[in-house]
Design a binder for this molecule. Structure first.
Ligand SMILES: [Zn+2]
Length: 216
């Protein structure tokens, strides 16, 4: 089977690890640093910064949520373009690899069962599975969504925090583990923060938040 661009379908002349043609790749707006971390890890080698100062310790997102990046997320979520998950995971892995932070477990941000039945899949779980293969780190649905919430796109700013509060529960003991939480996009960071707090409550030592795109 020829290698084709996951976005425009163009046949690629040679194997391309992102499954993206140069034309599509050039349309993706990349984030500046690729990752943000909050405080120094014990190695002291990384500047750590989390603007929200809560929940997760480090945040990775390769792209800015606009243009083709937004279309890719939309395609994965609503148009069944599931092969996009591989491209997203490969780009996320690239920046995690550069950061030298290592994880023991990968956990996707869950969607509610009702939505899972309608869509047939959880887009974040697809990215998490691909990341798990690339990073050779196990993945687990350790967080359950215990309350269905209206889509975050219906809310602005603070309301997004109220919308997803108390919506998640970690069902696994994560004592001492370094956990990578995965979602498709980080906007306010509210979902990631509440999920990360659940992972910390379950004993996680470090929580990284990774998404294909961010706008914070
Ligand atoms: Zn293309």
């Amino acid at each position: 089977m020829p290698c084709v661009c996951s976005q425009c379908g163009r046949v690629l002349k040679e194997f391309n690890r992102l499954f993206l043609c140069n034309g599509c790749l050039s349309q993706l707006k990349m984030s500046n640093n690729g990752f943000m971390i909050r405080e120094e890890f014990s190695s002291g080698s990384l500047p750590i910064y989390n603007p929200l100062n809560t929940g997760f310790d480090i945040c990775f997102y390769p792209c800015i949520y606009e243009g083709l990046v937004r279309d890719m997320i939309h395609g994965l979520k609503y148009k069944d373009k599931r092969n996009t998950a591989y491209t997203m995971a490969a780009m996320i892995w690239e920046i995690i690899d550069k950061s030298n932070v290592r994880f023991d477990l990968i956990v996707p941000v869950p969607i509610h069962n009702k939505r899972l039945k309608m869509r047939g899949y959880n887009q974040s779980a697809l990215i998490a599975q691909e990341l798990s293969n690339l990073m050779k780190v196990p993945h687990s649905n350790a967080i359950k969504r215990i309350r269905d919430t209206p889509s975050q796109v219906l809310f602005n700013g603070d309301m997004r925090w109220y919308n997803v509060r108390d919506a998640f529960e970690c069902i696994t003991n994560l004592e001492g583990k370094s956990v990578l939480l995965v979602d498709d996009v980080i906007t306010t960071g509210a979902t990631m923060c509440f999920c990360a707090l659940q992972l910390k409550d379950a004993g996680a030592k470090i929580v990284g938040a990774a998404a294909f795109a961010g706008s914070v």
